[in-house]
Design a protein around this ligand. Structure first.
Ligand code: FE2
Length: 505
């Protein structure tokens, strides 16, 4: 590591000067300063500024390797999936791409919450709820039972230790109380968060007050996994973070090579044979300026070049595989949910290929007759900070909570921003057969009321931030789902382990 004086002396020997902040940047980035400074000075520069060094670093980082990787060809491998027709349909009405119409005005927020209320009210009514409008609550006599469908506006603990809620519907409001002696409901109260739409069975108290006796969530019907008719597989990966110094390119290349049949293991060959779909679940590139110290952690410091590299990598996936890609917080789309698909300008070559499909997050598609909900997963962070029985180590369990409430927005007004779209894309309006997500960089699974939940890991090594947080990712693992049964298989390309079948629940 050069010392500051060494760099300053080097520049002054060449009859130039360098800004102090530029010297610091050179040291921080651990770059070969002699070559870079000599190249800069060739252009008749007298004062080397921090900006000049930054531009030079970006330029150097974006020189993609010219050598073309040798195409891996496996003899005598003609997968069955290549012979069969694809069977999928993108549910355009549930994808925000090209349909965003919010101006962020009050009327948009009103529509956003109205759509959520009506959608979830309908689900609760289908579960048999007979709701009493809050404007008519005064007509109910004291101590009579009443059923309500409400949105939670406020929540607090009373001085006597009860939990109180301000509850609203479209025409009125009331106060709901969970009594502190009702141990079961007190426990349940933790999962009731602001702006949740829920059903209540209650007993009328004084004026506009009710004592809550039962909380009813919109839920999924109790059912088993539907399963596809054909014996095909989906492969799932997530959080590649191309452009990060920690992107595991080698593991990714091994995954692509494996998809092309490169394995001696007969069981694996049998599965590869049936992989007809691949889902990539967001954070495809590392992005630029996503967090304060990111610049020095990037191997490619230009967003367009990051996508160029991403395209170069994923276009190696065999053409007979239909590839679905959603964005994450690191991608070049708006940060707030719902996020539209990654625009064509960044990944044109893939848009031009027939087998690549860019969806929004959340987004929906029907694959082999199964409804698949794609959501990268950033809203879940607000859920972990609000509910003590959920944790980062089991994302699938937290996803169950969202599905139970049929709402991907667990709470409004905390860290995660939302665009108030008239059509509230965060509400889980269909019944998903499969939920696919990413974001937390570790794999977890669940089967909840017939919905196969998969939270995918990453192809990025453990970051300093994750070390500080004590968070352990599961890098370099692809997940394969047998669509007929919902069974899950994992193949680790980082540790280079054989495929394993996971417990289904
Ligand atoms: Fe990520």
């Amino acid at each position: 590591m050069p010392e500051k004086k060494e760099i300053i002396d080097f520049v002054s020997e060449k009859n130039a000067v360098i800004e102090y902040s530029a010297v610091n940047l050179i040291i921080e980035q651990e770059i070969n300063y002699k070559t870079i400074i000599e190249e800069i000075l060739k252009k008749d520069v007298f004062v080397i500024t921090k900006k000049i060094i930054e531009e030079k670093i970006v330029l150097e980082s974006t020189k993609l390797p010219q050598e073309k990787k040798e195409e891996i060809k496996v003899k005598n491998f003609s997968p069955k999936a290549e012979e069969i027709e694809s069977n999928y349909r993108i549910l355009e009405e549930l994808n925000v791409t090209n349909q965003s119409c919010s101006e962020g005005k009050i009327k948009d927020f009103v529509e956003f919450f109205r759509d959520k209320f009506f959608s979830i009210e309908k689900m609760l009514k289908e579960r048999g709820m007979q709701n009493k409008p809050l404007s008519k609550l005064k007509t109910v006599s004291k101590n009579n039972e009443v059923e309500l469908i409400v949105m939670v506006a406020e929540k607090w603990k009373t001085k006597n230790g009860h939990i109180a809620f301000k509850l609203e519907d479209l025409e009125g409001d009331c106060i709901g109380i969970i009594l502190k002696d009702d141990i079961k409901l007190m426990k349940e109260s933790e999962r009731i968060l602001l702006d949740n739409v829920i059903g209540l069975k209650a007993v009328k108290g004084n004026e506009s007050m009710v004592i809550i006796k039962e909380v009813i969530f919109p839920e999924l019907p109790v059912r088993g996994f539907k399963g596809s008719e054909r014996d095909v597989f989906i492969a799932c990966i997530s959080d590649l973070h191309v452009g990060s110094k920690l992107f595991l390119e080698d593991s990714f290349q091994k995954f692509v090579s494996w998809l092309k049949g490169n394995t001696e293991n007969e069981k694996e060959k049998e599965i590869i044979n049936k992989i007809k779909y691949l889902c990539i679940l967001g954070d495809n590139v590392d992005g630029i300026g996503v967090y304060p110290s990111q610049f020095k952690e990037l191997s490619i410091k230009d967003i367009r070049k990051q996508y160029e590299k991403f395209v170069e990598l994923v276009k190696q996936i065999p053409d007979y595989i239909e590839v679905f890609i959603i964005p994450g917080q690191h991608d070049a789309v708006r940060y707030a949910d719902p996020q539209p698909a990654i625009p064509k300008e960044f990944v044109k070559e893939l848009y031009d290929k027939k087998n690549f499909h860019f969806l929004s997050s959340p987004g929906w598609a029907e694959i082999e007759g199964l409804k698949v909900l794609f959501y990268h997963g950033p809203a879940l962070h607000d859920l972990y900070s609000s509910v003590s029985f959920l944790s980062y180590s089991n994302q699938a369990k937290a996803i169950e909570e969202l599905i139970k409430k049929r709402d991907l927005m667990p709470v409004y007004g905390l860290k995660r921003p939302y665009i108030p779209e008239k059509n509230n894309y965060m509400v889980i309006k269909e019944i998903p057969d499969i939920y696919l997500g990413g974001d937390l960089h570790n794999n977890s699974f669940a089967m909840y009321r017939g919905t196969r939940i998969i939270s995918c890991g990453t192809f990025q090594a453990r970051t300093d931030f994750q070390v500080q947080q004590g968070h352990i990712p599961t890098p370099g693992i692809a997940i394969m789902v047998e669509l007929k049964t919902g069974k899950i298989f994992e193949k680790d390309f980082y540790k280079e382990e054989k495929i394993t079948e996971k417990e289904s629940e």
